[in-house]
Every structure is written in structure tokens, then in C-alpha cells.
Design a protein around this ligand. Structure first.
Ligand code: ITT
Length: 192
């Protein structure tokens, strides 16, 4: 059984990863491997940030690991919040602050198309791999639902009647940017 460290400080992502991977992988948290530190995230693309986070944890631990960087890209906002999704409403902001800012900027905007993009960088047996996942959808008029995290209450995937936050986790994970990127990673590992 493959054991791999997930280079994240986001407990919601960790929970989703364990749900998606099921019995296919043993996913260790940073805490499990005794790493209690903020991981730098200073790049200008989600791919760059995923790589930076995975390399940081690999350099500190020497263990097989992967990192996920995700952005919500809203067409009418020229791709924002994008790589700035975590701190969109400013330093120290929370999920509600970010949603509030997006709702204000999208007030009265007709074109509500958006997508989530997830980049995963995996370092496995000293080699580096990238996996991508994307889901298209739209920004709702207001938040709805209490599952998930981040922007889930205001994102409804195409062809769905519920926001990610209204869906049970297995449904979100079956459709989501992260679910798609992780499936590619699992398929790759299964072939090795
Ligand atoms: P790590 O870097 O420690 O993994 P983070 O929360 O900083 O955690 P990201 O930079 O990848 O992670 O994520 C940016 C933000 O995008 C995140 O804080 C959420 O607000 C949002 N986000 C990420 N994945 C999401 C998802 O599946 N659904 C809704 N929002 C999400």
C-alpha cells in the first residue's frame, strides 16, 4: 500500500482527499509526519504554487508527497480570484468574507460563468508529476448549502441543480476539480 504525505494546512482538503482516495492510498497529514509550519505559497500561478508546496515538504521530510493548489476563476472578473482565492478579501479573511466580496462584485452581472481549477504536484520516488482537474459552472445569486468549504455555497456546476455546498460529499467529489485531478493521480500510481 502506497503511503504519501498531503502538503496542506487545509483540513477540508485533507478530508476530501481521504474520501476520494478511499482504500487506494494511505494519506498522511503534515501533523502525522511532525511538520508544523506554514508552507510558502508565493507563485503567480496555481501550478507554480502546487509545485512550491510539494517541493517545500519534500525538502523538509524526504517523503513522497503531493500538494494541491486551487483557484476559482470567474469569467466576468477576468479570472479573479484565481490564484488569490484564499485571501481574496484580504489578509486574515475567512470563507464568508471572500464569498461576500464575490457576491458584491457579481451583483447585477449577467455573465456568471466560472470554473474551479485544481493543480496537484506529486513528488514520488524522487520524480515530479503534475495533474490537473477542472469543473465549469456558474456563480449563484446568493450562498446556499452548508457542506464543503470555501466558495462551495456560491458555485453550481453545469447541469446540476445544487451548489457544491448543497451536495453530499460523494457527489461533489465525483464531479469536482479536486476529484478529477486526484483520479488522474490515482490512475497514474496504479499503473506504476
Ligand atoms: P493549502 O495551501 O494549505 O493546501 P489553502 O486553503 O491555502 O490550503 P488553496 O490556496 O489551494 O488552499 O485554496 C485557495 C482557496 O480556494 C481556499 O482557501 C478556498 O477558499 C478555495 N477553495 C479551494 N478548494 C475549494 C473547493 O473545493 N471548493 C470551494 N472553495 C475551494
Amino acid at each position: 500500500m502506497i503511503s504519501i504525505v498531503f502538503a496542506t494546512n487545509n483540513q477540508h482538503k485533507l478530508r476530501e482527499l481521504r474520501e476520494i482516495a478511499g482504500n487506494a492510498l494511505i494519506i498522511k497529514s503534515l501533523k502525522d509526519v511532525g511538520l508544523d509550519t506554514d508552507i510558502p505559497e508565493t507563485q503567480e500561478t496555481i501550478e507554480g504554487n502546487a509545485r512550491q508546496k510539494a517541493r517545500f515538504v519534500y525538502e523538509k521530510t524526504g517523503l513522497d508527497c503531493f500538494a494541491d493548489d486551487t483557484g476559482l476563476e470567474i469569467a466576468a472578473l477576468y479570472g479573479r480570484p484565481g490564484v488569490y482565492s484564499a485571501r481574496y478579501a484580504g489578509e486574515g479573511c475567512n470563507f464568508d468574507d471572500n464569498i461576500k466580496k464575490v457576491m458584491e462584485e457579481m451583483q447585477g452581472v449577467e455573465d456568471r460563468r466560472a470554473c474551479f481549477r485544481c493543480s496537484i504536484c506529486m513528488i514520488y520516488r524522487q520524480n515530479e508529476y503534475m495533474f490537473e482537474g477542472r469543473i465549469d459552472g456558474e456563480i449563484t445569486q446568493g450562498p446556499s448549502g452548508s457542506d464543503g468549504f470555501g466558495y462551495d455555497p456560491v458555485f453550481r456546476p453545469d447541469k446540476q441543480s445544487q451548489t457544491f455546498a448543497e451536495m453530499p460529499p460523494y457527489l461533489k467529489n465525483g464531479l469536482s476539480h479536486r476529484g478529477r485531478a486526484v483520479q488522474k493521480m490515482l490512475q497514474y500510481l496504479a499503473r506504476l
